[in-house]
Unconditional design. Structure first.
Length: 274
Protein backbone atom coordinates (compact mmCIF):
# COMPACT_ATOMS: atom_id res chain seq x y z
CA UNK A 1 0.00 0.00 0.00
CA UNK A 2 1.23 3.48 -0.85
CA UNK A 3 2.47 5.36 2.19
CA UNK A 4 2.01 8.96 3.21
CA UNK A 5 5.03 11.07 4.17
CA UNK A 6 5.59 14.79 4.59
CA UNK A 7 7.38 17.75 6.07
CA UNK A 8 5.88 19.29 9.19
CA UNK A 9 6.76 22.84 10.18
CA UNK A 10 5.44 26.36 10.64
CA UNK A 11 5.80 27.72 8.01
CA UNK A 12 6.60 25.01 5.42
CA UNK A 13 5.56 26.91 2.27
CA UNK A 14 9.10 27.27 0.92
CA UNK A 15 10.39 23.80 1.82
CA UNK A 16 12.43 22.07 -0.88
CA UNK A 17 11.78 18.64 0.66
CA UNK A 18 8.63 17.83 -1.40
CA UNK A 19 10.53 18.31 -4.68
CA UNK A 20 13.51 16.35 -3.34
CA UNK A 21 11.40 13.34 -2.23
CA UNK A 22 9.13 13.43 -5.30
CA UNK A 23 12.30 12.91 -7.37
CA UNK A 24 13.43 10.04 -5.11
CA UNK A 25 10.02 8.32 -5.22
CA UNK A 26 9.81 8.71 -9.00
CA UNK A 27 13.17 7.04 -9.51
CA UNK A 28 11.99 3.91 -7.66
CA UNK A 29 8.55 4.04 -9.29
CA UNK A 30 6.98 4.34 -5.82
CA UNK A 31 3.32 5.30 -5.26
CA UNK A 32 4.03 6.93 -1.92
CA UNK A 33 3.25 10.61 -1.54
CA UNK A 34 5.06 13.41 0.30
CA UNK A 35 3.10 16.46 1.44
CA UNK A 36 3.53 19.71 3.35
CA UNK A 37 1.90 19.81 6.79
CA UNK A 38 1.68 23.32 8.18
CA UNK A 39 1.23 22.80 11.93
CA UNK A 40 1.25 25.62 14.47
CA UNK A 41 2.82 24.95 17.90
CA UNK A 42 -0.67 24.93 19.48
CA UNK A 43 -1.78 22.10 17.18
CA UNK A 44 1.24 19.83 17.55
CA UNK A 45 -0.46 17.39 19.97
CA UNK A 46 -3.57 17.01 17.76
CA UNK A 47 -1.42 16.57 14.67
CA UNK A 48 0.61 13.79 16.30
CA UNK A 49 -2.64 11.97 17.11
CA UNK A 50 -3.46 12.29 13.41
CA UNK A 51 -0.05 10.85 12.46
CA UNK A 52 -0.89 7.68 14.40
CA UNK A 53 -4.54 7.49 13.20
CA UNK A 54 -4.31 8.23 9.46
CA UNK A 55 -1.53 6.93 9.52
CA UNK A 56 1.27 9.18 8.29
CA UNK A 57 4.22 6.82 7.78
CA UNK A 58 7.09 9.26 8.11
CA UNK A 59 7.79 12.91 8.82
CA UNK A 60 10.53 15.41 8.19
CA UNK A 61 10.32 17.81 11.13
CA UNK A 62 11.40 21.39 10.80
CA UNK A 63 11.27 24.71 12.67
CA UNK A 64 9.77 25.26 15.25
CA UNK A 65 8.96 21.66 16.23
CA UNK A 66 12.33 19.86 16.41
CA UNK A 67 12.57 20.08 20.21
CA UNK A 68 8.88 20.10 21.14
CA UNK A 69 8.08 16.89 19.24
CA UNK A 70 10.31 14.74 21.45
CA UNK A 71 7.79 14.40 24.31
CA UNK A 72 5.18 13.07 21.85
CA UNK A 73 7.36 10.19 20.62
CA UNK A 74 7.64 6.59 21.81
CA UNK A 75 11.39 6.41 21.23
CA UNK A 76 14.19 8.92 20.53
CA UNK A 77 17.60 7.73 19.36
CA UNK A 78 20.75 8.60 21.31
CA UNK A 79 22.08 11.18 18.82
CA UNK A 80 18.76 13.05 18.73
CA UNK A 81 18.64 12.94 22.53
CA UNK A 82 22.15 14.40 22.78
CA UNK A 83 21.16 17.24 20.47
CA UNK A 84 17.73 17.69 22.04
CA UNK A 85 16.31 17.81 18.51
CA UNK A 86 14.43 15.40 16.23
CA UNK A 87 14.08 16.09 12.51
CA UNK A 88 12.84 12.65 11.37
CA UNK A 89 9.92 10.51 12.55
CA UNK A 90 9.32 6.91 11.53
CA UNK A 91 5.84 5.51 12.26
CA UNK A 92 6.10 1.75 12.81
CA UNK A 93 2.61 0.40 13.42
CA UNK A 94 1.55 3.41 15.47
CA UNK A 95 4.81 3.63 17.44
CA UNK A 96 6.62 6.86 16.64
CA UNK A 97 10.41 6.77 16.56
CA UNK A 98 12.49 9.98 16.41
CA UNK A 99 15.90 10.45 14.80
CA UNK A 100 18.14 13.32 13.80
CA UNK A 101 19.61 13.25 10.29
CA UNK A 102 20.73 16.92 10.24
CA UNK A 103 24.08 16.06 11.81
CA UNK A 104 24.50 13.08 9.45
CA UNK A 105 23.87 15.40 6.50
CA UNK A 106 26.34 17.97 7.78
CA UNK A 107 29.03 15.35 8.45
CA UNK A 108 28.68 13.83 4.99
CA UNK A 109 28.68 17.26 3.27
CA UNK A 110 31.88 18.20 5.12
CA UNK A 111 33.70 14.89 4.74
CA UNK A 112 32.99 14.82 1.02
CA UNK A 113 35.33 17.81 0.73
CA UNK A 114 37.73 17.60 3.66
CA UNK A 115 38.84 15.35 6.51
CA UNK A 116 38.27 17.24 9.79
CA UNK A 117 39.55 14.63 12.26
CA UNK A 118 41.89 16.42 14.72
CA UNK A 119 41.41 19.67 12.76
CA UNK A 120 40.06 23.02 13.94
CA UNK A 121 36.52 23.93 12.96
CA UNK A 122 35.13 27.44 13.50
CA UNK A 123 31.34 27.64 13.59
CA UNK A 124 29.57 31.00 13.34
CA UNK A 125 26.18 31.09 15.06
CA UNK A 126 24.68 29.18 17.98
CA UNK A 127 21.14 28.24 16.86
CA UNK A 128 19.66 24.88 15.86
CA UNK A 129 21.73 24.48 12.70
CA UNK A 130 24.92 25.28 14.61
CA UNK A 131 23.98 22.60 17.18
CA UNK A 132 23.68 19.90 14.49
CA UNK A 133 26.97 20.94 12.88
CA UNK A 134 28.78 21.13 16.22
CA UNK A 135 27.57 17.59 16.97
CA UNK A 136 28.66 16.41 13.50
CA UNK A 137 32.14 17.85 14.01
CA UNK A 138 32.48 16.31 17.47
CA UNK A 139 31.51 12.94 15.96
CA UNK A 140 34.13 13.49 13.24
CA UNK A 141 36.80 14.14 15.90
CA UNK A 142 37.31 17.87 15.33
CA UNK A 143 38.27 20.65 17.73
CA UNK A 144 35.32 23.03 17.63
CA UNK A 145 35.12 26.76 18.36
CA UNK A 146 31.71 28.45 18.33
CA UNK A 147 31.65 32.17 17.58
CA UNK A 148 28.39 34.01 18.14
CA UNK A 149 27.13 37.59 18.32
CA UNK A 150 26.00 36.99 21.92
CA UNK A 151 28.54 35.02 23.92
CA UNK A 152 25.87 33.54 26.25
CA UNK A 153 24.23 31.49 23.49
CA UNK A 154 27.62 30.13 22.39
CA UNK A 155 28.38 29.12 25.99
CA UNK A 156 24.96 27.46 26.30
CA UNK A 157 25.56 25.42 23.13
CA UNK A 158 29.06 24.37 24.22
CA UNK A 159 27.68 23.29 27.61
CA UNK A 160 25.01 21.15 25.96
CA UNK A 161 27.75 18.93 24.53
CA UNK A 162 30.18 19.11 27.46
CA UNK A 163 29.12 15.60 28.56
CA UNK A 164 30.40 14.10 25.31
CA UNK A 165 33.96 14.73 26.40
CA UNK A 166 34.69 17.16 23.60
CA UNK A 167 36.38 20.44 24.34
CA UNK A 168 34.51 23.30 22.70
CA UNK A 169 35.82 26.85 22.77
CA UNK A 170 33.60 29.88 22.45
CA UNK A 171 34.07 33.47 21.36
CA UNK A 172 32.44 36.47 19.77
CA UNK A 173 32.01 36.63 16.02
CA UNK A 174 33.17 40.25 16.14
CA UNK A 175 36.65 38.88 17.06
CA UNK A 176 36.86 36.42 14.16
CA UNK A 177 40.14 37.84 12.82
CA UNK A 178 41.88 36.52 15.95
CA UNK A 179 41.11 32.93 14.93
CA UNK A 180 42.68 30.53 12.45
CA UNK A 181 40.94 27.38 11.31
CA UNK A 182 40.85 24.53 8.77
CA UNK A 183 37.09 24.70 8.22
CA UNK A 184 34.79 27.71 8.61
CA UNK A 185 31.05 27.01 8.89
CA UNK A 186 28.53 29.86 8.75
CA UNK A 187 25.05 29.06 10.18
CA UNK A 188 23.29 32.41 10.74
CA UNK A 189 20.70 34.01 8.46
CA UNK A 190 23.10 36.82 7.48
CA UNK A 191 23.61 36.69 3.69
CA UNK A 192 20.26 35.01 3.01
CA UNK A 193 17.83 36.18 0.30
CA UNK A 194 17.69 39.95 -0.11
CA UNK A 195 20.56 40.21 2.39
CA UNK A 196 22.97 38.34 0.05
CA UNK A 197 25.42 41.28 -0.04
CA UNK A 198 26.02 41.07 3.74
CA UNK A 199 28.63 38.87 5.36
CA UNK A 200 29.84 38.46 8.95
CA UNK A 201 33.32 37.45 7.76
CA UNK A 202 35.83 40.17 6.76
CA UNK A 203 37.56 39.36 3.43
CA UNK A 204 40.96 39.35 5.19
CA UNK A 205 39.92 36.18 7.02
CA UNK A 206 39.92 34.06 3.87
CA UNK A 207 43.12 32.42 2.66
CA UNK A 208 44.08 29.61 0.34
CA UNK A 209 43.70 26.19 1.96
CA UNK A 210 40.71 27.13 4.11
CA UNK A 211 37.49 25.19 3.47
CA UNK A 212 34.29 27.25 3.77
CA UNK A 213 30.77 25.91 4.33
CA UNK A 214 27.96 28.48 4.35
CA UNK A 215 24.71 26.66 5.00
CA UNK A 216 22.76 29.53 3.39
CA UNK A 217 21.62 28.27 -0.04
CA UNK A 218 19.29 31.04 -1.14
CA UNK A 219 20.99 32.42 -3.16
CA UNK A 220 23.34 29.58 -4.14
CA UNK A 221 26.25 32.01 -3.93
CA UNK A 222 26.23 34.99 -1.53
CA UNK A 223 28.95 37.49 -0.62
CA UNK A 224 30.61 35.21 1.92
CA UNK A 225 30.98 32.40 -0.63
CA UNK A 226 32.15 34.78 -3.39
CA UNK A 227 34.78 36.32 -1.06
CA UNK A 228 35.95 32.83 -0.06
CA UNK A 229 36.26 31.61 -3.65
CA UNK A 230 38.08 34.76 -4.71
CA UNK A 231 40.68 34.13 -1.98
CA UNK A 232 41.25 30.56 -3.23
CA UNK A 233 39.22 28.71 -0.57
CA UNK A 234 37.42 25.46 -1.34
CA UNK A 235 33.69 25.71 -0.62
CA UNK A 236 30.93 23.26 0.34
CA UNK A 237 27.56 24.22 -1.20
CA UNK A 238 24.98 24.99 1.53
CA UNK A 239 22.24 22.81 0.02
CA UNK A 240 24.36 19.66 0.53
CA UNK A 241 23.35 19.45 4.20
CA UNK A 242 19.67 19.44 3.18
CA UNK A 243 20.39 16.85 0.48
CA UNK A 244 22.30 14.40 2.64
CA UNK A 245 19.95 14.69 5.63
CA UNK A 246 17.19 13.79 3.15
CA UNK A 247 19.18 10.84 1.85
CA UNK A 248 19.39 9.49 5.42
CA UNK A 249 15.66 10.12 5.99
CA UNK A 250 14.84 8.03 2.91
CA UNK A 251 17.04 5.25 4.28
CA UNK A 252 15.26 5.36 7.68
CA UNK A 253 11.81 5.21 6.07
CA UNK A 254 12.44 2.63 3.34
CA UNK A 255 15.60 0.79 4.41
CA UNK A 256 17.49 1.59 1.23
CA UNK A 257 19.53 4.39 -0.35
CA UNK A 258 17.78 6.79 -2.74
CA UNK A 259 19.24 7.94 -6.06
CA UNK A 260 20.76 10.97 -4.36
CA UNK A 261 21.88 12.60 -7.61
CA UNK A 262 18.22 12.80 -8.71
CA UNK A 263 17.29 14.47 -5.42
CA UNK A 264 20.15 16.91 -5.97
CA UNK A 265 18.91 17.74 -9.46
CA UNK A 266 15.44 18.48 -8.04
CA UNK A 267 16.85 20.82 -5.37
CA UNK A 268 18.99 22.68 -7.90
CA UNK A 269 16.05 22.96 -10.32
CA UNK A 270 13.98 24.62 -7.59
CA UNK A 271 16.82 26.86 -6.44
CA UNK A 272 17.74 28.11 -9.89
CA UNK A 273 14.07 28.66 -10.84
CA UNK A 274 13.39 30.90 -7.81
P1 LIG B 1 18.58 28.31 13.43
O1 LIG B 1 17.87 27.49 14.46
O2 LIG B 1 17.91 28.31 12.09
O3 LIG B 1 20.04 28.00 13.31
P2 LIG B 1 18.36 30.57 15.26
O4 LIG B 1 18.15 29.68 16.40
O5 LIG B 1 17.39 31.68 15.06
O6 LIG B 1 18.44 29.83 13.86
O7 LIG B 1 19.85 31.15 15.38
C1 LIG B 1 20.25 32.19 14.67
C2 LIG B 1 21.74 32.45 14.92
O8 LIG B 1 22.14 33.46 14.03
C3 LIG B 1 22.05 32.94 16.31
O9 LIG B 1 23.30 32.43 16.70
C4 LIG B 1 22.12 34.46 16.12
O10 LIG B 1 22.97 35.13 17.02
P3 LIG B 1 22.43 35.59 18.50
O11 LIG B 1 22.44 34.35 19.32
O12 LIG B 1 23.44 36.57 18.97
O13 LIG B 1 21.08 36.17 18.30
C5 LIG B 1 22.72 34.54 14.75
N1 LIG B 1 22.41 35.80 14.06
C6 LIG B 1 21.25 36.16 13.49
N2 LIG B 1 21.32 37.38 12.93
C7 LIG B 1 22.59 37.83 13.16
C8 LIG B 1 23.31 39.03 12.84
N3 LIG B 1 22.73 40.03 12.15
N4 LIG B 1 24.59 39.11 13.23
C9 LIG B 1 25.19 38.11 13.90
N5 LIG B 1 24.57 36.95 14.24
C10 LIG B 1 23.29 36.82 13.87
Amino acid sequence: MAGLYGVMGYPVKHSLSPAMFAAAFWEYDMDDSYEKFEVSPDNLGDFIKDVRDRPINGLSVTIPHKEAIIRHLDYTDTHAKAMGAVNTVVNKGGKLRGYNTDWVGAKRAIEEVTDVKDKNVLIIGAGGAAAAITYACIQAGSMVTILNRSLEKAVELAERFAGLGAKIDVGKVQDILQYRTNLLVHTTSVGMGADHKSSLVPVEFFRRGLVVFDIVYTPLENKLVRDAKRAGCRTIPGYKMLLYQGEKQFDLWFGKKPRTEKMEEAILRDLTAS
